[in-house]
Design a protein around this ligand. Structure first.
Ligand SMILES: [Zn+2]
Length: 469
């Protein structure tokens, strides 16, 4: 688990992420998320795919006597109760029998449950299990959260806001268009009474405008207009023209700005946005000619994509950035896209690297100096330190220490210098299991069978498992 700071919120709270990449259920979760995403929008019809979808659905809205507001669910993912989410999935699948599932429905639901209940995470070297809520980072979480929200909308939220209200939701962000007289504070109270875990905050339009996703929505002259929204934390800090990124990356960034301008902006705000792109990137040393060329290219792409919806997928290969990558691009023109691995991101810098295994975490053996028995112990502080502590116990005649007891009972002193590590670098749980396994198989004078209870067979299995290092 790691956290990413929310730079746009005061106090910079952390967004916790448990990355499931590489974990056992991650691939399965990806496969299960696909058919589930076909269910989105089928229950309540409020689901938004992206900001383009939003614009299409509200651009013709008549705004006479209406106002804009947005509701935001606080920490949606971690607050969705697993039980309720599973129930919502079952209901949505029952209502939509035509959805193609890779396995029979009952098995499908069991697999989804298996994935969401897995929730294992590691933090600062300790292992934890998430007992409720959806994991931030699982491919199933967004789609399950949405399906859960859709059932709440159908059963409660849409009734509370009333039929005349437009209610559109992108995951946990909801845009509403309501009558000017409607008391949104009382609506907010009613919404928050529905489910103790699902709590909303409300933001109303200010001076006839409201930000939603990457769009600033303007309520002017009884209709809606749109411009690009940038968070107040935006610093216009994009890739400099003389940065050693590939030419493709740099033109790609600018082209993305132009495409978004054409996609979002109403004609009233388009010139402003184009001007913004020009000044911002001129300051970053981009030649004006290149900017104008990219603006034209964006217009061409827009007209092409509105004429044909068929998008051909190209294959990508990743080549380390060098002079040659430009040459390769020109050779493979059209057939292949070349990308370059990106450098470190803020995430790479902030994220705690997985610690190397602790070499002081050991299961060790101290043989008796006379008979064939040994003492088996485990520690995360290194065996040498423990040997010193055992010697001190002997001097102080600490009777609870098994070594001291063996000296008392048999009169045998341990052979300190023959102390050896049986295994190194395990985490606490595995270390204690391995200790117990050795105690049950090696002749010893330990006072007890270890901190973990093991059957003879389990002990043998554990020791077969290559822990003897
Ligand atoms: Zn002995």
């Amino acid at each position: 688990m790691y956290g990413l700071p929310k730079t746009h919120k005061s106090g910079n709270p952390m967004r916790p992420i448990t990355s499931g990449v590489g974990s056992a259920p991650h691939q399965l979760a990806k496969k299960l998320a696909k058919p589930l995403s076909d269910l989105l929008g089928k229950t309540s019809g409020t689901h938004l795919r992206n900001s383009g979808d939003l614009l299409n659905r509200i651009k013709d809205e008549r705004m006479n006597d209406k106002k804009l507001a947005s509701f935001d669910v606080k920490s949606l993912f971690t607050n969705v109760p697993l039980q309720d989410a599973m129930e919502a999935v079952r209901r949505a699948l029952d209502d939509n029998q035509d959805i193609a599932l890779p396995v029979p429905k009952a098995d499908f639901i069991r697999l989804v449950r298996l994935c969401v209940e897995f929730g294992a995470l590691e933090f600062e070297g300790n292992e934890y299990k998430q007992i409720d809520g959806l994991a931030m980072g699982s491919p199933l979480s967004p789609v399950l959260a949405c399906i859960f929200m859709e059932t709440l909308e159908t059963d409660h939220f849409l009734n509370i806001v009333g039929q005349s209200t437009t209610w559109l939701r992108y995951v946990d962000d909801i845009l509403v268009i309501v009558n000017k007289q409607q008391d949104l504070d009382s609506v907010l109270r009613k919404l928050n009474d529905v489910h103790p875990k699902i709590q909303f905050t409300c933001e109303q339009e200010q001076d006839g405008k409201l930000p939603f996703l990457d769009t600033l929505i303007w309520n002017r002259e009884s209709r809606l207009m749109f411009s690009v929204y940038r968070k107040p934390t935006n610093k216009n800090d994009f890739i400099h023209f003389y940065s050693s990124h590939s030419q493709r990356t740099k033109t790609g960034v600018v082209l993305g700005f132009y495409l978004r301008a054409f996609r979002i902006c109403s004609k009233e705000y388009l010139q402003n946005e184009l001007e913004y792109i020009r000044t911002t990137f001129t300051k970053l040393s981009y030649p004006l000619g290149l900017l104008l060329q990219l603006e034209k290219k964006a217009i061409k792409i827009r007209s092409r994509s509105s004429n044909s919806n068929a998008t051909k997928r190209k294959e990508y290969i990743s080549v380390p950035l060098s002079e040659q990558s430009e040459v390769i691009t020109s050779f493979t023109r059209g057939a292949l896209n070349i990308t370059s691995p990106s450098g470190s991101t803020i995430k790479d810098i902030l994220r705690r690297k997985k610690k190397a295994s602790n070499q002081n975490s050991v299961v060790y053996k101290i043989p008796c100096g006379v008979c064939e028995k040994s003492y088996i112990g485990e520690t995360y502080r290194g065996a040498a330190k423990r040997v010193e502590e055992h010697k001190r116990d002997l001097r102080n005649h600490q009777e609870s220490n098994a070594i001291v007891q063996h000296v008392d009972d048999a009169g045998h002193l341990p052979n300190w210098s023959a102390m050896s590590n049986l295994c190194v670098g395990l985490n606490k749980r595995n270390r204690q299991a391995v200790e117990a396994a050795f105690i049950s198989t090696i002749s010893n004078f330990n006072g007890n069978s270890g901190k973990v209870k093991l059957s003879k067979h389990t002990a043998q299995l554990i020791l077969k498992n290559d822990f003897r290092k």
